[in-house]
Design a protein around this ligand. Structure first.
Ligand code: HEC
Length: 121
């Protein structure tokens, strides 16, 4: 019984170690770059596509596998996930989960606007 649990534990170790290295992995960064056209740089979408930055990694992986099952679909996402391996999906999920869901420029603008109203301009 204990032996079985230990085996499961050891089987999971490579998953965690590779997942943490997602942002340092040029292959994963290239894949993430291909998502940027629609989902924005680092997953920060400025348009109507969903924001991937800060998305829960478990939810991300689940959605990606759902898209992979939609093989007969002409929708955009099933075509984008077709060639991805489970490992790549896992690492992409880790990468996007680590990206801050913040818009530095938008914040700058609103701060400027606020300080201007406070000064009565
Ligand atoms: C050509 C545009 C396009 C590209 C490229 C693209 N996506 Fe998408 N993605 C969409 C659109 C549009 C949606 C929302 C509609 C839908 O679910 O199909 C979406 C939805 C998603 C969702 C679901 C988000 C949610 O909140 O449920 C995930 C996850 C996702 N994309 C990940 C990716 C990843 C990872 C890549 C790169 C490998 C990628 N997408 C590339 C257009 C794109």
């Amino acid at each position: 019984m204990l032996k079985k649990k230990l085996l499961v534990l050891f089987a999971l170790i490579p998953l965690f170690t590779t997942a943490y290295a997602a942002a340092d992995n040029p292959h994963i960064m290239t894949l993430a770059g291909s998502c940027a056209a629609c989902h924005g740089t680092n997953g920060l979408s400025l348009g109507g596509t969903p924001v991937l930055a800060g998305l829960d990694a478990g939810y991300f992986v689940k959605r990606m596998h759902e898209y992979q099952k939609q093989t007969d679909s002409t929708e955009v996402m099933p075509q984008n996930v077709r060639g991805l391996t489970a490992e790549e999906i896992l690492q992409l999920g880790q990468y996007f989960a680590e990206q801050p869901r913040a818009y530095p420029h938008a914040q700058e603008h609103s701060l400027k606007a606020r300080s201007q109203t406070m000064r009565g301009k």
